[in-house]
Design a protein around this ligand. Structure first.
Ligand code: ATP
Ligand code: MG
Length: 490
């Protein structure tokens, strides 16, 4: 079927991004213009051992594949936690073997999806992206020959990052269209965690995009897409738990839903072995990790980080006082230049020297030596005079790129399935979808313990997204997957 007919059908049904957004961000403007260089390793490196033969190939999966086969430019796949969004990604990676760019916004999400961070895939800096950051990649052929871009955990992708990606593909595919004309599948749940945006950048988002949400990106202005919502929950099989989670996700009947959950969970301080401790804040996670460290026998060694100037954000990329012991579980906080590990890889400390730490990588069992690395931070600001975004260097930091990793923040758990979860909200949730993400990692009520009963205030629902979903559901009703499939067949 002619892709233009399909686009016309989807547009007529109302599948157009930014329909509801404010007029100030509506102008037809290209993302940015560009400059030179750099490399990206493109072969999707899907290490998942997930058995694809055992999955249900949903009719939505087949429809999305057909749409991409027919050159349909943009598809949004959504659904609650555990409804098979990332499973679709794995299935699609096999179906479109060898021609897919797969990325996710954070290191943890990228590892979970079996892809790369969007920043490394498209050689973009962290922080605010401006036109001079868009590089010309030497292996343009690989970008030109790619058939599809898949982005998992799109709820954590900012509008600015999406514009950076679109601009990169525009320049490296040599096609003057959003994403350089590459079809894109965006996968995620807007009721889970939103993008992480540092305080100093919030005003920039307000001014330029209205809000950080991906659907405010300029490259999506008036873009036609097709959307599917997956509704069967697979991660949890217990219908009672599924019902509670579904209600918490959208804030339905919160008082009773929270009370129901509390009545079915063990409230305890005792956390058994093999349980992952989830908390909202880094300091709560740090506290738990230091307790586990204390439990290890052996001598602790401390490594001091060297800070010059200032680092923005709520923390440094590795502790200023990194205290570790042999046997400690750690996570890497930066990619290795020699590609032996990536940001987010897990390992166990095997030997501690002055300038080197030896780590056994969990994934391969290989022992690697790690040295100190240097990070640089910048401050981004809107320069009224030149009417552009400028940056100044604010500081640098040197330390081993390691943190202890028995406990995790809820942000880092997004996308994962965890058999046993202990949820300690500490000083309380501070972000929309945060408690829902933590609870929905667990497969069963019996694998879930709470440090205290939850309250209604712990469940923060994103009402901007609720509006978005209300609209989405209405247009899906007009053009449901079955009807879209018929259109394709006709
Ligand atoms: N189509 C499917 N057939 C069989 N099992 C599935 C299917 N989809 C998901 N599952 C099961 O549910 C688990 C969670 O699925 P998946 O990670 O795809 O969910 P998700 O929608 O990406 O969740 P999240 O929003 O938390 O990222 C999988 O590990 C698998 O056990
Ligand atoms: Mg997922």
């Amino acid at each position: 079927m002619d892709p233009f007919t399909l686009i016309a059908v989807a547009t007529a049904a109302g599948f157009v991004f930014n329909k509801m957004s404010g007029s100030s961000v509506r102008e037809e403007r290209r993302e940015f213009t560009y400059s030179r260089d750099l490399v990206a390793r493109l072969k999707p490196d899907n290490r998942s051992e997930f058995d694809l033969a055992a999955i249900d190939v949903l009719k939505e999966y087949r429809l999305v594949k057909k749409l991409v086969d027919n050159q349909f430019p943009l598809v949004f796949i959504t659904g609650g936690a555990g409804t098979g969004k990332s499973t679709f990604v794995r299935w699609a990676m096999k179906e479109f073997a060898g021609s897919v760019l797969l990325g996710a916004p954070t290191a943890n999400a990228a590892i979970t999806a079996g892809g790369k961070t969007l920043h490394s895939l498209f050689q973009l800096p962290t922080g605010w992206i401006v036109k001079s950051h868009i590089k010309k990649a030497p292996q343009k052929r690989e970008f030109r020959e790619a058939k599809l871009l898949i982005i998992d955990e799109v709820s954590m992708v900012t509008a600015n990052l999406l514009d950076g990606i679109s601009a990169f593909l525009r320049v490296n595919r040599g096609v003057n269209a959003p994403f350089g004309g590459l079809p894109v599948i965006m996968v995620g749940d807007m009721f889970q965690l939103p993008p992480v945006v540092t305080k100093d950048i919030v005003p920039l988002y307000k001014k330029i995009y209205g809000s950080p949400k991906f659907y405010n990106a300029r490259c999506l202005q008036q873009a036609t897409y097709y959307g599917v919502e997956l509704t069967r929950t697979y991660r949890q099989s217990d219908q009672e738990f599924v019902d509670i989670l579904t209600r918490l996700r959208e804030g339905v009947d919160l008082k009773n839903s929270v009370a129901h959950l509390n009545s079915r969970c063990t409230i305890t301080d005792r956390v058994g072995p093999g349980t992952v401790w989830l908390s909202p804040r880094n300091r709560e996670v740090d506290f738990r990790n230091s307790e586990e460290m204390t439990r290890l026998s052996g001598t602790a060694r401390s490594y001091r980080g060297l800070l010059s100037g200032q680092f923005s954000g709520d923390r440094l990329p590795a502790p200023t006082d990194l205290t570790v012991k042999v046997g400690a579980q750690i996570m890497f906080t930066r990619n290795d230049v020699n590609k032996r590990w990536i940001n987010g890889s897990i390992g166990v400390v095997r030997r501690l020297l002055n300038d080197k730490i030896f780590i056994e990588l969990a994934e391969t069992g290989k022992i690697v030596d790690v040295g100190r690395v240097k990070w640089t931070d910048y401050h981004y600001f809107y320069n009224k005079k030149s009417n552009r975004i400028d940056r100044t260097r604010t500081g640098s930091y040197q330390q081993f790129p390691l943190v202890p990793a028995w406990a995790s923040t809820i942000h880092k758990s997004q996308g994962k399935t965890i058999e046993n979860v202990h949820l300690d909200l500490g000083a309380g949730s501070f972000e929309t979808g945060q408690t829902y993400v933590a609870l929905s990692r667990c497969r069963s009520l019996s694998g879930l313990t709470l440090s205290r009963p939850l309250t209604v205030a712990d469940i923060i629902v994103d009402y901007e997204s609720k509006q978005f979903y209300d609209g989405l559901r209405q247009i899906i009703k007009k053009l449901p997957p079955k009807k879209m499939m018929q259109t394709l067949a006709g």
